[in-house]
Every structure is written in C-alpha cells, then in structure tokens.
Design a binder for this molecule. Structure first.
Ligand SMILES: Cc1cc2nc3c(=O)[nH]c(=O)nc-3n(C[C@H](O)[C@H](O)[C@H](O)COP(=O)(O)OP(=O)(O)OC[C@H]3O[C@@H](n4cnc5c(N)ncnc54)[C@H](O)[C@@H]3O)c2cc1C
Length: 482
C-alpha cells in the first residue's frame, strides 16, 4: 500500500517538513500539503512597492544558527545569502534618535554608560548600584524579563532599552515575555550563580559569539526559499484548504478538511505558479494517513488536535497571539543613516513600533536613482492593529516625517505604500511557555508531530528546526509501520 502522509500548513515549517518527509520517505510516498491560504509561504510573504519586491513578513534569519543557513545551502541557494551593511538601528525616545544600548544583551545594559542618552543620571546611578543589592534567584525559576529588569534597573530601562529590542522579535513587551523563553542564556547564567543582573549580563556577553554577520537574507527575498521548498518537496499542495480536525482511526488519521471559506463542498480558488491544486472538498479523500505533521500556528494546532491528542490540544490552545501589521513603502529622497528605528514603549509621539530602512540595512536593496524601500510596523501583544489600511499608511507616513525631521532630513516623498496585516503573527512566549509546550509535544500520539513558531522560538531557524525534527520522528514512525 502507498504510504500517505499529510502536512497541515504551508509556511516555512510545513514546507520544510514536507521537503524532509520527501527526502526521508522517497518518491513512492504520497505527501499532501494543506494550506488555508491561497498561496504557500505563510509569514514568508512579499509585496511590490515602487517596482521593487520587499519581504513584508520575515525578512532575515540568524546565520550564526545552523538551521536556516544549512537548509538554504542544501537547497542550492547558498550563493544567494546576503549580509546586512554596517549601519545599526537607532532607538526613538524623548523625541530624538539615540544609539542602540551597547554593550547590552537584548537591550539589557552591561554598564550604565551603555545606555548613552536614553536615560538620565539618576537612572544611570540605579544601574550602577545594581551589583551592590542582593539578588534573590531560584535556579530553574522563570520570570518576566520586564519584571526582572524593572526590579534591578528601573522601568525606564525596560521601556527605552529592552522593550524596543524584544518588541522587534516577539511583538510583545518585556513584561509579557519569559526570561527563559526570550533570553535563555541569561536565565542559565543566573541559574549558575551570577550574583547580580549586571554580572549575569557580563557573563553572557563575555562568551564567544562566532564571527561574521549575525543575520543574513536571501537576495531575492524569502520567496526564493518558499519556491525552492515547494519544488523540492514534490508534494500535492492543496491551497484554500482549511483543516478543521485530525481524528485517530485505528493506527491511522483522518483529516476534516473544508474549502477556503469554511463551507463544506466549496472549491478553493487555487494558486497558480506553484503547481498547486485548489482544494475541492467534494471529491477528495483526506482519510487514512499514516502520519500527520501539524505545522499551523500553535493555537490552531491546539484546536485541530483536540480529538486525537487532547492533552497537547489543551496545552497548545492556551497560547495567545500577538498581531502586527507592516506597511511597505517606496520613497524618493534620502533616508536616515541607520538600518532602522526601534521605538521606546514609553514614546507617545509615534504610533509605529519600528522602521526598517531596508535600502540602508541591506546593500542588495540599495536604492537606485534616489528611490528607497522601507517598512514600518505596528502592533504589540494586547494592542491589536484595528485601523484601516488608509489610516495605517497615514499614521506611518506622519511618523516617518517626524523621524526624518529629527534626523535633519526632508519629509520622504512617498511613491507607493502597501499594507500587510498579520493579525495572529506571533505566539506569546510568557514565563513557563517552553515547559508547557514541551509537555504538550511529549504527549502527542505516535504518528502525529507538530512544527512551527510556537514551540522552541519564533524565528525562522527555530521553525525549521522543529520541522526537521518532526519530519524525522514521523519518518521513523512510518518506517516502523512498513
Ligand atoms: C511581521 C513579522 C516579521 C518577522 N520577521 C522575522 C525575521 O525577520 N526573521 C525571522 O527569523 N523570523 C521572523 N518572524 C517570525 C517568522 O516569520 C515566523 O515565526 C515563521 O515564518 C512562522 O512560520 P510557520 O510556517 O510556522 O507559520 P506560518 O508562516 O504562520 O504558516 C502557517 C501556515 O498554516 C496554514 N494554516 C493555518 N491554519 C490552517 C488550517 N486550519 N488548515 C490548513 N492550513 C492552515 C497557513 O495557510 C500557512 O500556510 C516574523 C514574523 C512576523 C509576523
């Protein structure tokens, strides 16, 4: 009998999983990939502004971690990895642009001087005296990053140094993020007996970090990776196919699948250019799978797995989502000499959370003829983006004018703008999240595995890591059956 495997979700996690399942199980295996969207890629998406294509979800990956780098090289795209230029982001606070705290660990300063002009002398003295105050730390404990830093260095340091850094990665404030989740090396340094936060930060920063750039991107954007994965997976890709449940039937699994708008029997509209098939719920057999990889956002995985894996389903359903929106711009005229701007969470004068001056940050996106591309982003956990697209563009344009003015530049001449919303973009890594997810994963029945941003980190490399591990687990399960 033909081995049949289902992959639910066609973001980087699902596509990596499908590719690895193909590699590990061979050409005879039937692999169905179900994708609720009209095209694969999930958060790896791009928009065209001013004639230039720009990533409007993820734009980069950590190249010092192996997962994304190795996969990109394996797929023959190693020559397309590009490095950022030398400019760094600035922090917006008090109506001005400041240097990013340095030396610092995710914005947590190693010394009072690292904060530069972000804080006043009184706050600097609080930071300087931190080592003299006893620190109570229970090894293995998890606390909110914001609570720890506020207690040791003060709320202002959290708002102006730590929130801007963590907000860029997690779309959440430091007080909502677990230390073990967001900065595990710092938690480990405290577990190992660092007597103060200053000592723990110093300890982590003193370790070797590798050489070369920390981040990389693909010359043609993340679309290159999506296309390469779709090609290499050689799976049956069903777009506009919403999976509502995974049910165990004996040793196999059935999927409950509906058309795009959730009405049974509707046909998905189908994406072109990927060899994808629009899903027709009336004529398709989505039963009897030997293994299922669930690579949808973690809370959706929770609802899909309620019947086949109730404990995991309950754990995953409990995770909430941080939404965001990205406005991509093409502008004429000079942009500030920074790779971007991270906005302090106590700055009431801007509504954006961050700007990336993409043409400054990435030499391969450098503007020709004075035209540049950039992205402005909105939204944090607990602060959903509710404005209309026109309002977002207007608010971002006003904020750009303010920031450009502070940098001594004329207001940008906007050529074109495009809005991309991520209403449930990132999972919330609250204290205890990693342990809860690990317990959920450990309770999954044989033949089901999960992958994605909810389990071991939100970045693309972490997603790829979960997908490759999940594919290996499922391939071993299938091989043991046959
Ligand atoms: C604005 C933004 C910027 C980011 N920037 C970076 C960055 O620069 N670097 C980095 O490393 N990370 C970044 N991230 C994080 C990273 O992009 C994501 O964590 C990662 O892309 C998630 O991939 P995924 O495949 O797990 O999920 P997704 O990309 O969310 O894909 C989920 C897939 O599941 C499908 N799906 C959902 N529900 C169903 C269902 N019921 N049935 C069938 N299919 C379903 C969707 O159609 C989609 O195909 C960013 C995230 C955001 C929101």
């Amino acid at each position: 009998m033909t081995v049949r495997v289902a992959v639910v979700g066609a973001g980087v996690s699902g596509l990596t999983g499908a590719y690895d399942l193909r590699r590990l199980l061979g050409d005879e295996t039937r692999i169905d990939v179900f994708c609720a969207d009209e095209a694969p890629g999930g958060i790896l998406a791009s928009a065209t502004v001013g004639g230039r294509s720009l990533d409007v979800g993820a734009e980069a990956f950590i190249v010092r971690r192996p997962e994304a780098r190795d996969l990109v090289i394996e797929l023959g795209l190693g020559g397309d990895i590009v490095a950022p230029g030398a400019l760094r982001p600035a922090v917006w606070s008090g109506g001005a642009l400041h240097h990013l705290p340095s030396p610092a660990l995710m914005g947590i300063p190693a010394t009072p001087a690292a904060l530069g002009g972000l804080v006043d002398d009184a706050q600097r003295r609080i930071v300087a005296s931190e080592e003299d105050r006893p620190l109570e730390w229970t090894p293995g404990a998890d606390v909110a990053v914001g609570d720890l830093v506020a207690d040791r260095f003060g709320e202002v340091v959290v708002a102006r140094a730590v929130d801007p850094m963590l907000g860029g990665v997690y779309s959440a404030r430091a007080r909502d993020l677990g230390l073990r989740e967001a900065i595990p090396a710092l938690a480990a340094a405290l577990d190992a007996g660092a007597p103060s936060l200053t000592a723990a930060v110093g300890d982590v920063l003193s370790r070797p970090t590798g050489t070369g750039p920390v981040f990389g991107a693909l010359r043609g954007g993340y679309r290159m990776l999506v296309d390469a994965l779709v090609d290499a997976a050689r799976a049956d890709l069903h777009v506009g196919a919403v999976v509502r449940g995974v049910h165990r039937v004996g040793a196999r699994y059935d999927l409950d699948v509906a058309g795009h708008d959730g009405a049974d029997g509707l046909t998905g509209s189908g994406a072109t250019g990927y060899g994808a098939t629009g899903y027709d719920a009336t004529g398709y057999d989505a039963t009897g799978y030997d293994a299922v990889l669930v690579a949808v956002p973690v809370w959706t995985a929770g609802s899909l797995l309620g019947s086949a894996a109730p404990d995991a389903g309950a754990a995953f359903s409990g995770v909430d989502a941080a939404g965001s929106a990205v406005v991509a711009f093409a502008v004429d005229g000079e942009t500030p000499q920074h790779s971007g701007v991270l906005v302090a969470s106590d700055a009431a004068d801007l509504s954006i959370k961050a700007i990336t001056f993409s043409s400054r940050k990435w030499p391969h996106l450098a503007g020709a003829g004075g035209r540049s591309v950039l992205r402005a982003s909105f939204g944090r956990l607990g602060k959903p983006v509710v404005d209309t697209d026109d309002d977002l563009v207007a608010a971002a344009t006003a904020d750009l004018r303010t920031v450009f003015g502070a940098a001594g530049l004329a207001a940008p001449d906007v050529v074109e703008a495009a809005v991309q919303r991520w209403p449930t973009g990132l999972p919330h890594y609250r204290p205890g999240h990693l342990a809860a997810m690990a317990a959920g994963v450990a309770s999954l029945p044989a033949g089901i595995a999960v992958a994605g941003s909810g389990y071991r980190g939100v970045g693309v490399p972490a997603c790829i890591g979960t997908a490759r591990d999940a594919a290996a687990t499922l391939a071993a399960h299938v091989n043991a059956l046959t």
